[in-house]
Design a protein around this ligand. Structure first.
Ligand code: SRM
Ligand code: SF4
Length: 573
């Protein structure tokens, strides 16, 4: 009886998962229903685990309503790319798919994945099939499971990076759902021998909420390790990777008006050797599976599980399940969470070119043919080269021989992609989430608006001689934080069409959240508010002082959040 009462309180998603037969639901039937461009509502939830969101074109919504038509349903498809590394062949295949089935653009996301938008229901299966033919997948890029595992692209320490990347790929594989539903629905693969599905880790109700893992090699924190449920900071000693500091409980989303929700940075709870990292990650996921909130999805991420039980409880639970104790964290240092542009030489002697992609949108515009340029680059790259998505929505053309550098530069220059005078310090450190017209949760524009706002902010910065300063600005269309706005030295979060909350004071290396400064600002309000702060920064900053640190030191915002907590340091740390 108690069990029944307990069960009745669970969120609707829990029942949908439970009765879905390991994520099958009626997706096949929904796909073949010719009467609507949409799926059955339960399948709308389930299809996320397969890597797709049902959306509609919000720009056309009122016109469709006027014509008494259903919304223009379409699908977003997210590709799983552990560590963001693709081959040139994969890039070419995805580029082609965006034209044949999508809206002709590709979105490089803040978690090193590709997103396609505007895919109609009838094209969903061919799209997912074609992605799998490139040896990539879409499984578990969304849903209550472990998502795309991030790994910073760190080109300088390319040898350590390669090892860390290998571990990221292993974690990604290890935590991929084991159900055969994906292969049945999208790849027409029959179940072998009628064996029933099993999910040894996830069980049939999967996790209470999404789960995110990221690995990084200091000194770069360009994947914002503290924004993840589980962050792993590579520890190198004597030029060797020895293991990882383990961080838990990061997450940036919140809901306006609901104080039980908040952005939170992960805490560093200890160090584990590289051999133990899968065991520790699996145990952490299992604790969240067993203790995470399955009644209220708003409070279901690991950060709330930890805050409810306490960090000490969490570490005790982890140690007791492991049957051994994780060690004290080792020393590490992060300098920035941004990307470094242009050519860099890796420790493997190869070259890496980091290219700014505004808000991650790969498209062609008049005088700036980025999509075409990257297609041509992919065509000339040799087979050891790669194309790496960064966690800041940019691209690294990686593992290039010295002799091939010129060819790449020529192609980029021919298509107007190099030497753009608009690439100021602010723009190069900017990021915006998708928001309108596809995201159903957006209150305001982000990706489509930030570039023009930066034009205007740049006028103010140039007036103060700050045009090359690396100030990081992040905009999201709602407080879910997909563009990691809570970690922007300047964070702008959509409240309503044309209105934004302004947050200031995050650190430049991603270890301190920003704080609310002003609410409901129009564009004019944003410019009027920031103008005097930029002037004060130009005149009064200390040597090498970052903008986020300056506004905190001057008391312009008070830091209300605690910084990343580091449980304790070992003697040598
Ligand atoms: Fe996100 C939901 C886009 C990274 C926190 N996110 C969404 C959805 C799927 C909207 C929805 O649920 O209907 C957005 C699809 C928009 C569209 O039209 O494509 C969306 N999120 C994105 C992307 C594409 C933003 C981008 O422009 O790059 C990023 C895709 C990442 C990927 O490849 O997997 C993206 N989302 C993030 C991040 C950043 C990160 O992980 O480093 C966050 C903050 C970190 C975190 O998880 O706390 C983030 N997205 C959310 C949330 C809030 C979760 C929460 O715990 O409160 C939602 C809403 C939800 O889950 O209910 C959300
Ligand atoms: Fe959509 Fe909000 Fe995420 Fe932006 S932050 S993509 S508006 S859910």
């Amino acid at each position: 009886m108690d069990e029944l009462l307990e069960k009745q309180k669970l969120s609707a998603d829990e029942y949908i998962k439970e009765k879905s037969n390991y994520l099958r639901g009626t997706i096949k039937e929904s796909l073949s229903n010719p009467l609507t461009g949409a799926l059955h509502p339960d399948d709308v939830k389930l299809i996320k685990y397969h890597g797709s969101y049902q959306q509609y074109d919000r720009d056309l919504d009122s016109e469709r309503k006027r014509q008494k038509l259903e919304p223009l349903y379409q699908f977003m498809v997210r590709v799983r790319v552990p560590g963001g590394i693709t081959t040139p062949e994969q890039w070419l295949a995805l580029d082609k798919l965006s034209d044949t089935h999508g809206n002709g653009t590709m979105k490089l996301t803040t978690r090193q994945s590709f997103q396609f938008h505007g895919i109609l229901k009838r094209s969903l299966k061919p799209t997912i099939k074609a992605i799998n033919e490139t040896l990539l997948s879409t499984i578990a890029t969304c849903g209550d499971v472990n998502r795309n595992v991030m790994c910073n692209p760190n080109p300088y320490q390319s040898q350590i990076h390669e090892e860390v990347y290998g571990i990221a790929a292993k974690l990604s594989e290890y935590f991929t759902p084991k159900t055969t539903a994906y292969h049945e629905i999208w790849l027409d693969q029959e179940k072998v021998g009628g064996t029933p599905d099993r999910e040894p880790l996830y069980t049939e109700t999967y996790l209470p909420r999404k789960f995110k893992i990221a690995l990084t090699v200091p000194p770069r924190n360009d994947i914002d390790v503290f924004a993840n449920d589980l962050g792993l900071i590579a520890i190198e000693e004597g030029n060797e990777l020895v293991g990882f500091n383990v961080c838990v409980g990061g997450g940036l989303g919140s809901t306006f008006g609901d104080d039980t929700t908040y952005a939170r940075l992960a805490d560093v709870i200890g160090f584990v050797s590289k051999e133990k990292v899968i065991e520790v990650s699996e145990t952490i996921i299992a604790i969240q599976r067993d203790y995470g909130n399955r009644v209220n999805r708003r409070n279901a991420r690991l950060k709330y599980t930890i805050d409810k039980g306490g960090l000490e409880w969490f570490v005790d639970e982890l140690n007791s399940r492991l049957g051994w104790e994780i060690e004290s964290p080792r020393n590490y240092h992060f300098d920035t969470n941004g990307d470094e542009y242009g050519w860099l030489k890796g420790t493997n002697g190869k070259w890496f070119y980091t290219l700014f992609v505004e808000n991650g949108r790969v498209k062609d515009e008049k005088g700036y043919k980025l999509k075409k340029a990257l297609r041509e680059v992919a065509l000339v790259l040799n087979k050891d080269a790669d194309m790496r998505l960064t966690g800041n929505q940019n691209l690294i053309i990686g593992n290039i021989e010295e002799k091939d550098k010129d060819v790449i530069e020529v192609i980029l220059a021919q298509h107007g992609v190099l030497n753009n005078p608009k690439l100021t310090g602010l723009r190069l450190n900017s990021m915006a989430c998708v928001a309108l017209n596809t995201c159903s949760l957006a209150f305001a524009e982000a990706e489509r608006y930030l570039p023009s706002l930066i034009d205007k902010l740049d006028v103010l910065l140039t007036k103060n001689g700050l045009q090359t300063d690396e100030i990081n600005i992040r905009m999201t269309g709602c407080p879910n934080g997909c563009g990691r706005s809570p970690l922007g030295e300047i964070g702008l979060v959509g409240r309503a069409v044309g209105r934004y909350n302004l947050y200031l004071g995050a650190s430049h290396n991603g270890d301190r959240l920003n704080t609310l400064y002003k609410e409901m600002l129009s564009e004019e309000g944003i410019l009027e508010t920031l103008d005097p702060i930029f002037s004060a920064y130009a005149l009064e900053r200390g040597e090498g002082e970052h903008f986020g640190d300056f506004v905190v030191r001057k008391g312009i915002v008070e830091v209300t959040d605690r910084p990343v907590k580091i449980l304790c340091f070992s003697e040598n740390g």
